[in-house]
Design a protein around this ligand. Structure first.
Ligand code: PGA
Ligand code: ZN
Length: 424
């Protein structure tokens, strides 16, 4: 059993051009691991988020030297000589040291960097793949086994709108979801073929083929329905069947276009009241092969969430991202009210891996499914891929099937399926 010899953190730049934290941990056996974390901005009061330097002379105030210094000067000396197998104890200590509800003292960037490093070091020390190690840790904490039999089904972001792209479309992500009957490798291949075809369809229609924050196209289409139509066209061009081989998904991220109970979208000439807007969402579900809808309603519009989920068939995933935002109280309420079928797991929206496990345990004991998601500000780290397999997430959502920070995560899943699970 090796012990921690040193931890060193430093700034790197993420996929959006913002500084973030990377760190290296060295064990006294000589083994070393590196990890980095995506960016987390708070959109709501008391939402856990990164700490930023707020020094206007560097990176418009977005530097993370405070986080780096907390790791190098405060945390690293305390962890010297500690056994990396003690992830839960270390995470509990970090959360206590922060002492705030929203992690505003140390920041989720500081906490998650350490938590991921410790987990990676623990796995490396016993020469175990990270996903198996995390799965074993979960079992030892909750005395409950999660049998690993697959890699989660991927959701690929093909067209970006909303606040992730400079396009007229209000919805943030138009996604494709290959049938779960495909292996991950086949699903990935089909997604890439579709992505290439989609570019041709956009070019043919004289639409722009620039890309948005998560690598999906951000064409100059007019309405949200246009984006679904274009996706359907590309699906039929590659001889796939929508609703059979390939499904559609939407992350509405509706807080972007909802205000005071009204929903303003390009598809309609006037702002829609909740009931009119629910009918529009139902129209989309009736007319397109949609399997997955994320944040169709504003995060505080609980009645609309409930109205839709009680009126839909159980085959549609109604997913809370901003609705839940990794908050246990909000998840508990959503479970009690039957508001959504699933929610997004974003580790840097909470802080430590042990807290992620805690949310996973709450979800599993209440039979609500979860989707492991990347962020729009990403790094090339693939920790979340192993995490998603360890906790057998229903889906993963890491962005488009292109761009380094996106494919780093999908490629890791492909390798786990092929080399570790031996599924071809
Ligand atoms: P974010 O978005 O990383 O910008 O919060 C991702 C999502 O909405 O799923
Ligand atoms: Zn979302």
């Amino acid at each position: 059993m090796a012990l921690i010899k040193s931890i060193a953190a430093y700034e790197i730049i993420d996929s959006r051009g913002l500084p973030t934290v990377e760190a290296q941990l060295v064990l006294d056996s000589g083994v070393s691991v590196v990890t980095s974390v995506p960016g987390a901005q708070a959109h709501y009061p008391n939402e856990p988020a990164d700490i930023r330097d707020e020094d206007g002379n560097r990176f418009f105030g977005k530097g993370v030297l405070h986080s780096v210094s907390y790791i190098n000067d405060l945390i690293a000396p305390k962890l010297k000589g500690v056994n990396p197998a003690k992830l839960k104890e270390i995470d509990d200590w970090l959360v206590k040291a922060d002492g705030t509800k929203n992690k505003s003292r140390l920041g989720t960037n500081t906490l998650l960097t350490i938590s991921q490093l410790i987990a990676k070091a623990g796995a490396a020390d016993v020469q175990m793949p990270l996903f198996k190690y995390l799965n074993g840790l979960y079992k030892s904490i909750y005395k409950s086994e999660i049998p690993i039999d697959k890699v989660p089904t991927p959701i690929f972001n093909m067209i970006n709108g909303g606040k992730h792209a400079n396009t007229p479309m209000d919805f943030q992500e138009f996604q494709i979801i290959p049938s779960s009957s495909f292996t991950f490798g086949t699903a990935y291949q089909k997604a890439i073929e579709l992505y290439v075809e989609l570019k041709k369809v956009l070019e043919y229609r004289n639409a722009t083929t620039a890309v948005g924050e998560e690598g999906g196209f951000s064409p100059n289409l007019t309405t949200n329905v246009d984006a679904l139509e274009i996706l359907n066209e590309a699906i039929s061009q590659v001889k796939m069947k929508a609703g059979l081989d390939m499904f559609l998904g939407i992350d509405f991220a509706s807080s972007f276009f909802s205000k005071k109970g009204l929903y303003t979208i390009k598809d309609k000439p006037h702002p829609l009241k909740s009931d009119e807007y629910i009918n529009f969402v139902k129209f989309l579900l009736d007319n397109y092969s949609i399997l997955y809808i994320e944040d169709p309603f504003d995060a505080e519009d609980w009645p609309s969430w409930k109205k839709l989920s009680t009126s839909l068939s159980s085959t549609i995933y109604i997913v809370g991202d901003e609705l839940i935002r990794m908050n246990k109280d909000r998840l508990t309420y959503a479970i009690r009210e039957g508001t959504c079928t699933s929610f997004l797991l974003k580790p840097n929206q909470i802080g430590t891996i042990s807290e992620v496990f805690d949310i996973v345990n709450l979800a599993r004991t209440n039979s609500i499914s979860y989707v492991v998601a990347g962020r729009s500000s990403e790094t090339n780290d693939d920790f979340v891929s192993d995490l998603s397999v360890a906790i057998q997430a229903e889906f993963v959502k890491f962005g488009a099937p292109v761009r380094g920070e996106r494919v780093a995560k999908y490629n890791r899943l492909w390798r786990i399926e092929r080399d570790e699970l031996k599924i071809q």
